[in-house]
Design a protein around this ligand. Sequence first.
Ligand SMILES: C[S@@+](CC[C@H](N)C(=O)[O-])C[C@H]1O[C@@H](n2cnc3c(N)ncnc32)[C@H](O)[C@@H]1O
Length: 196
Amino acid sequence: MDNSKIKTYFDRLAAEWDLHSGDHSETIGLIFDSLGSIKGKDVLDVACGTGVLIPEYWKREAGSLDCIDLSEGMLQRAKEKYGVLPVRFLLGDAQTYPFEKQYDLIMVYNAFPHFTDPFALVKNAARHLKDGGIFAIAHSMSREELNRVHCPDNIVSCMLMPMEELTALVSTELTVTEAISNEQMYLLVARKEEKR
Ligand SMILES: C[S@@+](CC[C@H](N)C(=O)[O-])C[C@H]1O[C@@H](n2cnc3c(N)ncnc32)[C@H](O)[C@@H]1O
């Protein structure tokens, strides 16, 4: 798995992505409910793709929204759909990107198995969270269902790790406050502890 293959893969899929992504609005609502209010908060959507979550951030009155993706094609679709909104679109690798600000919420939605170095992603997210900020890794389907799609020999994704493994990984940087892995969703929520 390497970033150039991942980028090419999603660039090719971008035009048709929304036709096949399905309606996960109910689960998305539950995921956001578990994060607390984001009203007025500074939000970063990591691996935003074509911007499927942008209406949700907007509906919940986020204060500012930055969206990053590795694929120019996916990001271009997001810009076409939501460019009129005050959203900052960033092209790059979220594992190493030097974001110029810190966020109240960093969300990775339906994208975690595509990261070549999950630990680097977690570390970079922790670095760019405000004290008390929230990091979320979420999927609107079960781990089993997702792993059927991302079979072991896939060159653009790896298998989604068991929740215990993800909890251990994220706990090296942040305090995990919620970990759910059931038939409807896979969700980890973690907080950056406030400095005393
Ligand atoms: C399965 S798509 C999901 C997109 C969107 N979150 C959604 O739910 O429709 C995965 C996305 O992850 C992006 N991606 C993969 N590796 C990335 C990286 N290192 N940094 C930023 N984005 C990345 C891909 O370009 C792609 O748009």
